[in-house]
Write a protein that binds this ligand. Structure first.
Ligand code: ITT
Length: 179
């Protein structure tokens, strides 16, 4: 089965290929407007809808899109759905100016699936951890700042650990079971 992963982020595609190993996962790099919704589920659905509309993929293929965010407890969940604009406009390291290192946070992912002639579905996952000063240069995005609860190294230092437990993995496993 072929699945198009609509994203500009090749790290997400790599995560997708690892979990959806029975499928052929291809990156679909189309421009998607990120609506300023408070919900990553809604944003993921909007992204997948735009991807299907704007691309010229065959009518009978599955397309997925992911919206993820880092939700910091002490900041009422900020940057959450705004993680992407926060990073591009301010820089992810500036998050540490707003809180003490060691602050509890959660990574959440929502993956929307477009089903040809069916109703779009959303699958979610989350993982708890802490925000720390950046460590390591593996992974992507906020990985060097995220220390998962179950490890003493950040995702930037130990990207292989992220292969075992992550918000995206949880969502992708739900998607795989659904398919
Ligand atoms: P697309 O919208 O094209 O899929 P994006 O990277 O902008 O790519 P998001 O809007 O979902 O994706 O990402 C929000 C921000 O969170 C962005 O800065 C990402 O780099 C970061 N991010 C998303 N998933 C992540 C992960 O698994 N680990 C670290 N950072 C992540």
């Amino acid at each position: 089965m072929k699945i198009y992963f609509a994203t500009g982020n090749s790290g997400k595609v790599e995560n997708g290929r690892n979990i959806l190993s029975d499928c052929s996962v291809e990156q679909l790099d189309v421009e998607m407007f990120e609506s300023q919704s408070g919900s990553i589920q809604e944003i993921a659905l909007s992204k997948v809808g735009q991807a299907v509309e704007k691309s010229d993929v065959e009518d009978d293929v599955f397309v997925i899109a992911d919206d993820s965010g880092l939700f910091v407890d002490n900041l009422n969940g900020f940057p959450g759905p705004l993680s992407s604009p926060f990073d591009s406009m301010v820089g992810k390291e500036r998050l540490l100016d707003l809180l003490d290192a060691g602050a509890d946070a959660e990574f959440r992912a929502a993956i929307a699936l477009h089903i040809p002639d069916g109703e779009d579905q959303v699958f979610t996952g989350n993982v708890e951890g802490e925000i720390v000063r950046p460590r390591g240069d593996g992974g992507f995005g906020y990985d060097p700042l995220f220390l998962p609860k179950e490890n003493d190294e950040t995702w930037g230092q130990d990207p292989e650990f992220k292969e075992k437990i992550s918000h995206r993995k949880e969502a992708l496993i739900k998607l795989k079971q659904f398919l």
